[in-house]
Ligand binder design. Structure first.
Ligand SMILES: [Zn+2]
Length: 182
């Protein structure tokens, strides 16, 4: 009787210990802290940023705001080019990595090295905030539910970025000049 009780106790202990084992963590995006003092960093006072940006741009880039979903200028944009930081013009995302995430904001599965992440514990959530490395501007958040090849979804406010088309006017059908007859 004593023996079976001991056995039972050790079994319960083993089960309890197993319960304490932390669950395997989902892979998290590569971490890199924002380095506003990096060479080439753009450092302005908040008053200077306010003068340089529109109220909406200031709210999102400097106060870490979020534009309303499905309202952003670049939500459905398919134009080829590079998306730059609206505050400092650093190149942040290539249009070739943009995809339809159906989440209400422009989404990319990869970023250029100018995009850095830091942990954001606001609003009772733990998220990876994405920032422009050059000016520290807030861009959005990155999640682990993106498509291949990275599995990442960079969810970006349109207000934080500006598209520089690789070929200006490429969406406009171009009329070829008639070739001279030979
Ligand atoms: Zn920037």
């Amino acid at each position: 009787m004593m023996r079976s009780l001991l056995l039972l106790t050790s079994l319960l202990c083993a089960l309890a210990a197993r319960g304490q084992t932390p669950a395997p963590k989902a892979p998290s995006p590569k971490k890199a802290m924002s380095t506003p003092d990096a060479p080439g960093a753009v450092r302005l006072t908040e008053a200077e940023w306010k003068a340089r940006l529109s109220p909406m741009e200031y709210h999102i880039l400097r106060e870490k705001g979020t534009e309303r979903p499905w309202t952003g200028e670049y939500l459905d944009t398919k134009t080829g080019g590079t998306y730059h930081c609206r505050a400092c013009d650093a190149a942040l995302f290539e249009s070739t990595t943009k995809f339809d995430s159906h989440c209400g904001w422009p989404s990319f599965y990869a970023s250029l090295p100018t995009v850095v992440t830091q942990v954001d514990r606001s609003h009772g959530m733990v998220r990876d905030e994405i920032l422009c490395k050059r000016c520290g501007g807030h861009l959005g958040h990155v999640f682990n539910d993106g498509p291949e090849p990275t599995g990442l979804r960079y969810c970006v406010n349109s207000v934080s970025i500006v598209l520089r088309p690789s070929q200006p006017g490429q969406n406009v059908p171009r009329v070829e000049a008639p070739k001279p007859k030979q």
